[in-house]
Design a protein around this ligand. Structure first.
Ligand code: PGA
Length: 260
């Protein structure tokens, strides 16, 4: 963390936790955060499945839990004949503050393109929420030395041609695909190198102000054991946590990792 950007640690629950289980998890988190809350300069969000959003929102608000409500995806259109889809407008009405877009699982499993991810960002911003735009390379791309070019092109596709102020408000999650759910974490040096490169790319696209303000998270097998070291990297402003966010004690430990 550096230059006054608040750290943002986000729990991506993926397709886990029905609404009963989600409530239980939030209540456990609330109990763990009651004593002491979040460390200063830290923010956090939870991203349950759509079916749990309402229950989690009520639980967070009624208990004054210091966790923002997040979603995992949205459709770029506001309404229409898109069976099974959920719009950013619907999410905003539910009190959602942050929406993940372009997670590698959606890019890979659902064939989501850079153009669709950009349209989702438009929708998220249109409804006053903050996008967490995911970028990251495959193992083959890293081995071929193409990781930087891949990530730069994803960042350009999502954020190129936008106003500096808008870009400044984005969160970018650098998630090397080989590290997601694999137990293999990028080393702090690799994570720092990529997060710094993303910041440089943002500067080229949207100016120095946007580069200094944009928050860059790391995601991929983040745990209580490696969180403090990752969060100490100067260009890394938080974590996008999958597996470890499904356990209240582990997620609470990550939220407090390395805090003084
Ligand atoms: P993981 O997932 O922490 O389970 O590796 C991270 C993510 O996909 O956001």
């Amino acid at each position: 963390m550096s230059e006054g950007r608040p750290l943002l640690v986000s729990g991506n629950w993926k397709m886990n936790e029905n609404h009963f289980e989600s409530l239980k998890l939030v209540q456990e988190l609330a109990a763990l955060l009651r004593a002491g809350g979040l460390p200063p300069g830290r923010e956090a969000s939870v991203h349950p499945p759509f079916t749990s959003l309402r229950s989690v929102q009520v639980a967070l608000e009624s208990d004054h839990v210091p966790l923002a409500l997040g979603a995992q995806d949205c459709h770029p259109a506001d309404k229409g004949p898109f069976t099974g889809a959920v719009s950013a407008e619907m999410l905003a009405k539910l009190g959602v503050r942050l929406v993940i877009a372009g997670h590698s699982e959606r890019r890979t499993l659902c064939g989501e393109t850079d153009e669709q991810v950009r349209a989702k960002l438009d929708a998220i911003w249109r409804h006053g929420m903050t996008p967490i735009c995911c970028v990251g390379e495959t193992l083959e791309e890293r081995r071929a030395g193409e990781h930087l070019a891949k990530v730069r092109s994803q960042v350009a596709a999502a954020l190129g041609g936008r106003r500096g102020e808008q870009v400044a408000s984005a969160v970018i999650a650098y998630e090397p695909i080989w590290a997601i759910g694999s137990g293999e974490t990028a080393s702090p040096d690799d994570a720092q190198e990529m997060c710094a490169a993303i910041r440089v790319a943002v500067g080229e696209l949207a100016g120095a102000g946007a580069a200094a303000a944009v928050r860059v998270q790391y995601g991929g097998s983040a745990t209580p054991d490696n969180a403090a070291e990752l969060l100490a990297c100067p260009d890394l402003d938080g974590l996008l946590v999958g597996g470890a966010s499904l356990d209240a004690a582990r997620f609470a430990a990550i939220l407090r990792a390395g805090a003084r």
